[in-house]
Design a protein around this ligand. Sequence first.
Ligand code: GLA
Length: 386
Amino acid sequence: MNIELLRKSFIETFGRDAASERIFFAPGRVCLIGEHIDYNGGLVVPAAISLGIYAVARTNKSKTLHIKSTLDNKEFVFNITKEITFNVANNWINYPLGVAKYFIQKGHVIDGCEILFTSTLPVGSGLSSSAAIEVLTSFILSQLNNIEISLQELALIAKEVENNFVGVQCGIMDQFAVALGKKNNAIKLNCTTLEHEFLPLHLNEYNLVIFNTNKKRELAESAFNTRVKECNEALHAIQQYENVSCLANASLEAIEKYIKDNVLYKRAYHVVSENLRVAKAAKVLKQHNIEAFGKLLFESHDSLKNNYEVSGKELDTFIDFAKQHSSCLGAKMTGAGFGGCAVAIIKSNTTEDFTTKALAYYKKETGRNGEIYIAEISDGVKTIIL
Ligand code: GLA
């Protein structure tokens, strides 16, 4: 990212001012394992990545927010003393607006500000561009207004925006990883207690490859909320007989015994078995056993495809290819699914062969052009230039 160019374009857009502008960054994330587990209260292992959203920002003396992105030409101006409401037509602007609304609702006093966003993160592709812009805006508002607030609290505000303003019933994984990510570490997070542990990711002779199917996640939000509903129903069915706090903590015996509906059973089976897989995955990762970790990724994908039914032709095409390429240790879809991205662990010395062949195979099978990024595991949200 050319930071100086970004700063220049901020000045061209908003002019010079006595208050100097500051530059901030929030990463995207990959979920390595523990997919669709966060809102079921279990364990997940995400990691923040070096692709992300950058922003130049400064306060102004007014109560207006001026927001612009280098990726489109519209400038949005909002008076923060007026009621802030969700508006589909506002598109991505809803995210920063929702954050401003929740900051104010929580009693934080904020001034107006000018923000210019830009991104290296493909939008709507399952790498958490929405969590990135939400956490980034929370961070900017706290920094510009000298509000002392922990990164965890910023993540919780961002989740509240997604749940109650945008209307997606997601869990805490994305916002947590974006806020608290650590370079060269994955995070093992308990989504009920928010207890977490950093797991050093020594990939050494491997690369973490992200494959973007370039299939937009159409209808993903409604399908996502349907999965949340199904899981709640499955939990309710078990709770008629057993005291269990969340679906991820149910036993395989309990779901077998108490869930009569076949679809609900499959959803619950994914959740319970994936949660067990995450515990195993964290263990083998600590032993630096990347081969065993990779196998669990393949198992995770199979369950997401067959039990949770959130994959799709595009993601499966890539995973099928990855399974038969000798340099791939493991691969799975990442994020909500229904298109978007997959992650794969590939031997570094054959990465080029893998990526070239993967793209060609994907094009032949789906008619689409995929994209590949070699991911670096990065820090969470931060100030780049004070
Ligand atoms: C989306 C949601 C997350 C999580 C994943 C699936 O990214 O925002 O909370 O549920 O899907 O693991």
